[in-house]
Write a protein that binds this ligand. Structure first.
Ligand code: AMP
Length: 590
């Protein structure tokens, strides 16, 4: 269907005094971007002067940019991992920060197969809350009347663990939703969720989703915006509705909660919300009964003005599917954030996804930018980046990360006052991603090597491979194309062996992938498609016919270009799926 986004016209006056203050704050920060950055660096270096890390580089209490830049090296996670491990093991001395490390935030980026551990301090919660508090005031400029209803936002927490030294390790959103900043947030008529805290804070992903969806259905007439943090999460919610609408409609019709919901706080809060409503149950049944799910969001929640969901970066692959389910509702990407730091917000949230730019808020941390492809001696400051150029983001945080490479590549598109605005281009070294998983080339290669060990006894080897993130169905899954060399066709690997190869690959992938497979069910079983002999040579011929050099040709390890996909798919001789779930527990392997 043709999708035309009907973007509301900005009303452009603050919706309340509180909004006016927030917008004023954004103006002040962005007008004074450089001096704010100078102050932030001074504060960070001043308070952390006595830390082991800064003393190691003989900063001697200096807080100016020049000394900082000349003495402190640019680092990756691996460079500081020994110190991080010491903190995880219980060393409470001021290594990175004089403020005690309150917990570790587990990033979706991995190191040696495990989530990276980002040390944080308690006051960082205030900074995160501050950035959140700016989002609705900006949105209210564009979409009036958001105080006349609620947001159906699917928000989730994940399992927590403790490090050997006893610190909590959990994802940043799990930390935030469990904080008083979130749980006891003051009432704001512009930011009311249909999901009760009890449902959001339930660790069981099925029960949490079930309760949130049920509340969304019960309050359907009040819902003005539908969202999740990332596009993949919202699609997962729609898929959940597809699988569970009968039971949900039954609960609504009878007023009795599904017995599978056993979490006591969730049951208790649903007792107050769920009342028999046969009329609503019938409506849900009527809408969900049909095979056709086009526009389902608008049909079930007819007052929805926009989708609140990030569709930039790796999430862009979901835009067509979301357009299909929402009937072309605008998609608002409101913020750009990470475990290390919340960076900034989109000041024009109702723009098209392809035009989204994020304005980094200079008060959040000290930011530097490495021109893409340059050496680490050429870093530039936030206020000095140039329009049109691409940079890697480098971060110095209040929690003590110093000149840390985040791994995101951003392009400057313009300025808001003196603060640059960035388009998210990509995350470095990510080959495959379905949701928060990020699989790089080395991990894929390692997984292929491990799986191909199973082929040895069949005198078979993998001669070439490539991969594809298939997100046409929900949940999406990894597809690996294999060209095999079967040296003795009498003992060629059976279906069962190739299925086990799929599982073996999954076992070799990082913990974020395995958690998504096992705990969240947000990635489907990995698939191997065996292609005819000679397929990869054809692929090379095709690339050369399009101008690639024979000398320099390398097999792409991930593909998405339609003609290449068509070629590969037309040569498939067999398809195999992982027969089981890989192993995953919240505990870290190392
Ligand atoms: P994590 O530390 O696991 O929360 O992941 C943070 C990473 O997610 C960032 O460094 C980005 O690569 C990505 N990310 C976060 N927000 C956005 C956004 N608005 N658009 C695109 N990518 C994003």
């Amino acid at each position: 269907m043709a999708v035309e986004s009907t973007l509301p016209t900005p009303v452009r006056t603050p919706a309340s005094d509180k909004d006016a203050k927030a917008l004023q704050f954004i103006e002040e920060m962005t007008k004074n971007a450089d001096s704010v950055q100078e102050r932030v660096l001074r504060e960070i270096l001043g308070r952390n002067a006595e830390t082991e890390y800064l003393k190691r580089f003989s900063l001697n209490g200096a807080t100016d940019r020049e000394t900082f830049k000349s003495r402190i090296p640019v680092v990756t996670y691996e460079d500081i991992q020994p110190e991080i491990q010491r903190i995880a093991n219980g060393d409470k001395s001021p290594i990175f920060s004089v403020h005690p490390i309150s917990e570790f935030l587990t990033s979706s980026g991995t190191s040696a197969g495990e989530r990276k551990l980002m040390p944080t301090i308690h006051e960082e919660l205030d900074r995160r809350q501050l950035l959140y508090s700016l989002l609705m005031p900006v949105m209210n400029l564009y979409v009036p009347g958001l105080d006349k209803g609620k947001g159906l936002h699917f928000l989730f927490v994940k399992a927590e663990t403790k490090t050997p030294g006893g610190l909590l390790a959990r994802p940043v959103l799990t930390s935030y939703y469990n904080s008083d900043h979130f749980k006891t947030r003051p009432y704001d008529p512009f930011n009311v969720y249909t999901s009760p805290n009890e449902a959001i804070l339930c660790v069981d992903s099925f029960q949490s989703m079930y309760a949130q969806m049920l509340c969304g259905l019960i309050m359907r007439d009040e819902v003005l915006r539908v969202g999740a943090v990332f596009a993949s999460g919202l699609l997962r919610a729609i898929h959940f509705l597809q699988n569970n609408w009968k039971q949900l409609a039954h609960d609504i019709a009878t007023g009795a909660l599904n017995p599978k919901i056993t979490d006591a706080p969730v049951r208790e809060c649903m007792r107050k919300i769920l009342k028999p409503n046969p009329e609503l149950a019938q409506l849900v049944t009527m809408e969900c009964y049909e095979e056709n799910w086009e526009c389902i969001i608008k049909r079930i929640w007819p007052r929805t003005k926009y989708l609140d969901v990030i569709v930039t970066g790796a999430m862009a692959q979901y835009i067509p599917t979301l357009e299909y389910y929402s009937g072309g509702l605008p998609m608002a990407c409101t913020m750009y954030a990470s475990s290390e730091c919340y960076f900034g917000l989109n000041l024009n949230p109702m723009c098209k996804p392809s035009e989204v730019t994020y304005t980094i808020m200079p008060n959040m941390a000290y930011f530097e930018f490495l021109p893409h492809g340059s050496s680490t001696s050429c870093l530039v400051d936030l206020a000095d980046v140039e329009v049109g150029k691409e940079y890697e983001l480098i971060l110095t945080t209040y929690a003590g990360l110093c000149r840390y490479r985040v791994g995101d590549i951003l392009r400057v598109t313009g300025f808001h006052n003196a603060a640059p605005q960035f388009r998210f281009i990509r995350r470095k070294n990510v080959l495959l991603s379905i949701e928060s998983d990020k699989t790089d080339e080395a991990e894929l290669q390692n997984a292929i090597e491990n799986a191909s060990l199973l082929l040895k006894e069949f005198n078979t080897s993998v001669v070439e491979y490539t991969s594809y993130a298939d997100t046409k169905q929900i949940p999406g899954h990894y597809v690996i194309y294999w060209e095999l060399l079967v040296k003795d066709s009498a003992i060629a690997p059976t279906d069962d062996v190739l299925n086990r190869c799929c599982l073996q690959m999954e076992e070799s992938l990082n913990s974020v992938y395995r958690q998504s497979r096992v705990a969240d069910n947000s990635i489907g079983p990995l698939e191997i498609r065996v292609v005819e002999n000679g397929t990869f040579e054809e692929l090379m011929d095709y690339a050369i016919s399009r101008g690639a050099s024979i000398n320099q040709y390398k097999v792409p390890r991930c593909v998405s270009f339609t003609p290449i996909m068509e070629l590969l798919n037309s040569r498939v001789v067999s398809k195999h799926f992982s027969p089981d779930l890989p192993h995953w527990t919240p505990e870290r392997r190392r």
